[in-house]
Design a protein around this ligand. Structure first.
Ligand SMILES: Cc1cc2nc3c(=O)[nH]c(=O)nc-3n(C[C@H](O)[C@H](O)[C@H](O)COP(=O)(O)O)c2cc1C
Length: 382
């Protein structure tokens, strides 16, 4: 560390001490980017908007929020994918993006039921896309009044649901009864499984770590993540998507020039190594793993897997269990081929079936919600 950097730290510390660490941290909260989580305050008069204001809170890869909802007539919605929000390096066939759109459809459907509406959903009404998604609809949705559309008990967990990317408590195993509840999936088209077995968990910790290393040491896949990083409040507010890195002390270090995109991409830098160390700890604190597989890899199966993922994430929230998707070993690029084969063999899923979602579970800290674009920005009016 040179003299200039030391002086900068000294000056910055005085500012922080002056404001108080807590005070400084509060000023760094990206309030606008988090406002969509307070959707009840909006008082929407169109039931579609109300349901959509929950749907945009769904989990989705790299928080790209690829959804565009066109309002059609009085009760219709056409869902398309914003093709610029895909992840061509780590998701070359838009499989994960499609799963995220499945999560969106499930949340939409759960939220509509709260208003006594049934969501009649047709997948890919103009035909299933080919190797990549296209501009045709992913789904057409009609919200139909239905006295039988009863409130879904998972509804009340939508706003506290998270993908918890923190170390889990390795002294706190998951009780078998809770684990069994998590795995109560509802779709026949989707396969469910999981493990709490110490030997298998150790093997899966090792495998998820190796997959993370491959993604990190492959420059083009690592760069895709780096390009999507929003570092500090101003960047998060300007683009409330991607990988948000904010709060204290990270924002302070970024302001001092210790965290930047060039260093993060440099395999010899401290920032790169610290990033890896952080992930090593995350992967090795898994207290169990869960996964969802489908008998084929059709677009419909991907949407269905997403809908079930949403429900699993909500059931975990209800049970107080933290959950963190780890998609690296499931990704389709040459450097990952061997681990892709290994995870499918280990978890006994044979082609043409495939694992669509894989995650670690455990007990973790409460984390803040991730940023979202306001619902109005994701809506197209016919
Ligand atoms: C298909 C899919 C794949 C995902 N893969 C990963 C992953 O590999 N690593 C990770 O940290 N999060 C992963 N996530 C979680 C997203 O990063 C997360 O949903 C997004 O950042 C929004 O945060 P939230 O779920 O807390 O609202 C995945 C989510 C989905 C739907």
């Amino acid at each position: 560390m040179n003299r200039r950097q030391l002086l900068k730290i000294g000056a910055a510390s005085m500012v922080v001490v002056g404001a108080g660490v807590g005070g400084f941290a509060v000023t760094r909260t990206p309030e606008k980017a988090l406002a969509p989580w307070d959707n009840d305050a909006h008082g929407f008069d169109d039931a579609r908007l109300r349901a959509l204001s929950y749907a945009i809170l769904s989990p989705n890869p790299h928080n790209r929020q690829p959804w565009v909802a066109e309002l059609v007539g009085d009760d219709g919605i056409i869902l398309t994918c914003d093709l610029d929000r895909r992840l061509p390096e780590t998701d070359p066939f838009d499989r994960q993006i499609t799963i995220g759109l499945g999560c969106f459809l499930e949340t939409l459907s759960i939220a509509a039921a709260e208003d006594g509406l049934r969501a009649d959903i047709e997948y890919f009404p103009e035909g299933s896309p080919g190797e990549r998604l296209d501009s045709n609809p992913v789904a057409s949705i009609m919200l139909v009044p239905d006295t039988a559309a009863s409130s879904d008990p998972l509804f009340k967990h939508i706003k506290s649901r998270r993908s918890t990317k923190e170390p889990y408590d390795t002294d706190k195993p998951i009780e078998t009864a809770i684990f069994d509840e998590l795995l109560k999936g509802s779709r026949k088209s989707v396969g469910w499984s999981g493990t709490l077995d110490a030997t298998q968990v150790a093997d899966l910790r090792r495998l998820s770590w190796q997959a993370h290393e491959i993604e990190s040491y492959t420059p083009r896949t690592m760069q895709e993540s780096i390009d999507l990083m929003r570092i500090g409040k101003a960047e998060i507010e300007a683009n409330p998507d991607g990988i948000d890195l904010g709060g204290f002390p990270l924002e302070l270090f970024a302001g001092l020039g210790f965290v930047d995109r060039v260093q993060m991409a440099d395999q010899n830098s401290t920032a790169f190594k610290q990033g890896l160390d952080m992930y090593y700890a995350l992967m090795h604190s898994a207290m169990g793993h869960v996964w969802i597989s489908t008998p084929d890899n059709s677009r419909t199966s991907q949407l269905e897997a997403g809908r079930e993922w949403m429900r699993l994430n909500l059931r975990a929230t209800k049970a107080g269990v933290a959950i963190h998707p780890l998609s690296q070993a499931l990704q389709e690029y040459a450097e990952m081929d061997a681990l892709y084969e290994e995870i499918h063999e280990l978890l006994n899923v044979q082609s043409p079936g495939r694992i669509q979602m894989f995650a670690r579970i455990g007990y973790g800290p409460k984390v803040s919600p991730s940023p979202r674009w306001a619902v109005e920005t994701r809506i197209k009016r016919a």
